[in-house]
Design a protein around this ligand. Sequence first.
Ligand code: SER
Length: 389
Amino acid sequence: MDTEHMVRTFVEYFEDRGHRRITGSTLLPPPGDPVLFTTSGMHPLTPYLEGRPHPLGRRLVNVQRCLRTTDLEEVGDATHLTVFEMLGTWSLGDYEGPLSLDWGYGLLTDGLGIDPGLLYATVHGGDDRTGPDTASLRLWQDRGVPVELTVEENWWSNGPVGPCGPDSEIFLWSGDTPPRSTPTQDDRWVEVWNHVMMRHRRLEDGSLVPLPQRNVDTGLGVERLASLLQGKSSVFDCDVFAPWRRLVPALWPSLDEPSLRLVYDHLRSAVVVTGDGVRPANTGRGYVLRRLVRRVLTVLWRDDPSRSLGDLPDELVSHTLDRFRQQGEPGDVRRLLLQEEHRFRQLLERGRKVLSRPRFQGPLDDEDFRYLHDTHGLPRDLVMSLRQE
Ligand code: SER
């Protein structure tokens, strides 16, 4: 099943159950919001989870592009991406968690054809603030799905304050041999769908107060489920990455698999971030974009400094902008990436020159790092990697 088909099946399944499709937002949260990027489908819906009536009603479904920099170091494994798409459903004070889980089970098994024997669920086991989530536990027991109870892993929040609640996560087995252990003990159980019983708000002092309504917020990672449905062992092998797989190894044949994965992920993310209007900068969102591009270039130049983003086929940029339904011109995105590459080359040249001075031959202290940063524009991580050359 290709990704488009999977997304359509998901959305239609929930439309048939009274949900209205809302348009996903860009990666940029509304002004005044404390986070840099939209990290989850619920994020643009925060005011409605907190009680404001949504113009389209109490049952919503959408596809939302998300960006998580917390996962940056994990990129390259089988399941983590920087920019990814999340399918989401919401009950804004309407139905409760067990119905959401039951529909989720129905969609995965009847709708998408997954063998029920390959599912496992986790449920919040209770702590000093909230009791165990017995309603979710009972639902899974009724459906014959094995359950593991956890505490920290089954509590979802978007940040230190704001809406939060216990969740129940659905895992799908990705191993070649039959499963023998539980999701927390074997990472071949891949988390695919999180159902959050979003009924609390955490205050600055850490205490919980009830939200004005009992919501359910669910999120399912598109590329993750697509790769499993397509029998692939990593997100980089699903159809979404097919043009990258076809074009990049041909262009830069000596890159190994971990480097290729980083290049696919970071370049694709850089295109999407640029497509949403972000420009490279030394702070905030622009710095995330800058880091993505620099990490790619560092990998590309490790064994061949003549490689350039200018060699990147247009098709990769336009495919990505189309996939994320972005309006940007592929030519503009390429130009921006190339300007950033040029800037990075100049910075590296300057950095090498400055670091060859006798003053910087021994160990560096904070004062040196401050000077290198403030006077020469050389961030600490760049200085460190130049000294390892
Ligand atoms: N907000 C939850 C998550 O990001 C469910 O959508 O996992």
